[in-house]
Design a protein around this ligand. Structure first.
Ligand code: FES
Ligand SMILES: [Fe+2]
Length: 337
């Protein structure tokens, strides 16, 4: 159903604290919390006794006590005390513990076979943790299939209509796009040479004059899209391969499936300009949140329409090539090994 043996974003690093937090990932109910040493614990959110969610339990140090009959479970998922305290604990009384890693401001969990978890496979969100960059963002639960969000982000022609009142610009439709894929990677590139910078980018660049502008959407398996955006003065000679000459941002989108028709959407923007301007960071996050709510409205309506029209199929036009290729990767990764 979902690619397994993959790392998924379980939450922002700041969302997860000492108190247990419930979050269903790829259909698996998980409880997350931090130990005193700040490391994150992720356990199947079901008491091994009668399956009450452990997230309803009571923290005791680094352990969690089930709120039904008081079984005490440690951070590795093993029972350490039975409801009758004098009874011996057997190691078969346990709940699944998920491999967890904290990287690039997110907490990631490994869904699949724990012995295959390798931190080197965590998607490379480097701009989110690079010292020369600033990163912030938010979280929306969306009532739609995570693949619909990927389709949306791999095809920015929707900006013109969905974001008519905010970031939509007709000239985006005029620039040609190219789609390239290789293995699990899909890249949709829109290069806009020698144009007038829109106000946002002119302010970021802090100078007048024609610019080269780019929007490069990278699908990152299994369920993220990173969009490389920015402008550089034409005189700087930026190219599709190398464009660090101006101002640059990465729109970060991690879509963690909750169920087949619901998604945890973690979004944000990393940038390499005005990095110490915390006011800018806060204003931008608010604006980005408003723009993304326009997508949420459309995506949830699309999902409802899909459900009400079971005999109809999604059609793909040329603009959908990026999303279609990403779906092919997802299908391949979802196949049993
Ligand atoms: S259901 Fe958890 S101890 Fe009984
Ligand atoms: Fe959008």
């Amino acid at each position: 159903m979902f690619p397994s043996n993959q790392w998924y974003v379980a939450g922002w690093d700041c969302e997860i604290d000492r108190a247990p937090m419930a979050r269903t990932i790829c259909g698996e109910p998980i409880v997350l919390y931090r130990k005193f040493d700040r490391t994150v614990v992720a356990l199947r959110d079901a008491c091994p006794h009668r399956l009450l969610p452990l997230s309803m339990g009571i923290k005791e140090g680094d352990n969690i006590r089930c709120r039904y009959h008081g079984l005490l479970i440690n951070g590795e998922g093993f029972a350490v005390e039975m409801p009758i305290k004098t009874e011996r604990v057997h190691k078969s009384v346990c709940t699944k513990a998920y491999p967890v890693a904290e990287r690039h401001r997110f907490v990631w969990v490994w869904i699949g076979e724990p012995e295959k978890a390798d931190a080197a496979l965590i998607p490379d969100f480097w701009p989110c943790s690079h010292p020369d960059w600033t990163f912030d963002g938010g979280y929306y639960p969306i009532k739609c299939d995570f693949r619909l969000v990927i389709d949306n982000l791999m095809d920015l022609t929707h900006e013109t209509y969905v974001h008519q009142g905010s970031i939509g610009q007709a000239d985006i439709l005029e620039a040609p796009i190219t789609t390239h894929s290789d293995g699990n990677r899909v890249v949709v590139t829109r290069w806009m040479p020698n144009i007038d910078a829109p106000p946002f980018w002119r302010n970021a660049l802090k100078r007048e004059g024609p610019v080269d502008r780019w929007q490069i959407c990278h699908y990152v398996a299994p369920s993220s899209v990173i969009i490389d955006v920015g402008v550089a003065p034409v005189s700087a000679g930026a190219t599709v391969e190398k464009h660090d000459q101006g101002v640059r941002g990465f729109v970060i989108d991690a879509m963690t499936p909750e169920s087949e028709t619901t998604t945890h959407y973690f979004w944000g923007m990393a940038r390499n300009f005005d990095v110490d301007d915390t006011g800018f960071t806060a204003r931008f996050k608010r604006q980005q949140g408003e723009v993304f709510l326009e997508d949420v409205e459309v995506l949830e309506a699309q999902q409802r329409s899909i459900a009400s029209n079971p005999s109809l199929r999604l059609k793909a036009f040329s603009i959908d090539t990026g999303g279609i290729r990403a779906r092919q990767v997802i299908e391949r990764l979802s196949a049993p090994e």
